[in-house]
Design a protein around this ligand. Sequence first.
Ligand code: NAD
Length: 356
Amino acid sequence: MQDFVYQSAPMRVVFGAGTLRQLPDELSGLGVTRALILATPRQKDLVASIQEMIGERFAGVFTGAVMHTPVEVTERAMETVHDIQADCLVAIGGGSTTGLGKAIALRTDLPQIVLPTSYAGSEMTPVVGQTSGGIKTTQSSPKILPEIVIYDVDLTMTMPPKLSATSGINAIAHAVEALYARDRNPVITLMAQEGIRTLAQALPTICVQPDDRAARTDALYGAWLSGICLGAVGMALHHKLCHTLGGSFNLPHAETHTVILPHALAYNAPAVPDAMARIATALGVSDPALGLHDLARKLAAPASLREIGMPEGGIDQAADLAVKNPYWNPRGIERDAIRELIARAWRGDAPQTTIS
Ligand code: NAD
């Protein structure tokens, strides 16, 4: 075993079904009295039940959260923060809503309670990606890490199969890259392997039977584990590529992760035999890259960058961008091989494990 450093995040996690009911007690524990509730327009109906539940501690609501945390939206939300003199943020939703809460916390250091409704995992990280003038930049700070996360399986039951599939594979991607992270450690490795296993088992059930509570519970548990991995160790080629593609071509987040993951893993495969063996065990397959490709097909998730809106002419541009800012990856970043990876992902081909 290699030497390691392990640091756990200072955060309280409540996990279960019906745990939303514990929100009033959690607010009391924080000693706050004026909560601002954050949501997306699509999930604004959830706000009414929270308002009723927390009574006088409901100070206001902002339901304008959107993907990629545009700075203009955060600035509008900040006006509400000041107008209602909020002393706490309650973010209920997927990664977009969590991102808005984190962006406000970065500016105010207000305590956050997050109620995740997707599998994105953002609630477990001290990182926020913010978009300004079409450019997304990430920032890390202890202020960004939520104080409390309440995982309520009931809140995930409404997630449509398509979002469940792509959001679940987005979570698997965090765990996959954690297994070959330069700063990996044995605890995170255990969590990553278990995260992949539970998600890969649960997602096919969820996609045919979205109201299967046991599968939903397993998937949320796997997403939590994978989110911890994302927050604890460094990510590599897969996350960098998705960031570049999403930012350059305005591609949807979870779908982009779903399409790229098998190809990024195939690229790194020759350099990470131990991680490949662990992913193979977790998926119950012999070829992990192909296994992830097959899982996505089984879930009827998007297979190509073409179908999620990337122009073919963007392949070379994306390859140039991917090699422009150097970052650590277990295998060196080779432009021609990266271009081939992106081209295969654009067409929706199966991953090629022996790119050299
Ligand atoms: P999202 O939050 O945008 O959700 C997608 C849509 O699904 C939204 O309209 C949302 O309201 C809806 N939705 C979410 N949960 C639902 C449910 N249970 N039932 C019905 N509808 C539901 O998408 P996402 O994939 O969860 O998050 C993506 C965003 O999160 C991106 O901006 C990404 O960059 C960010 N992210 C950040 C980190 C980090 O660590 N900073 C990690 C992962 C993702």
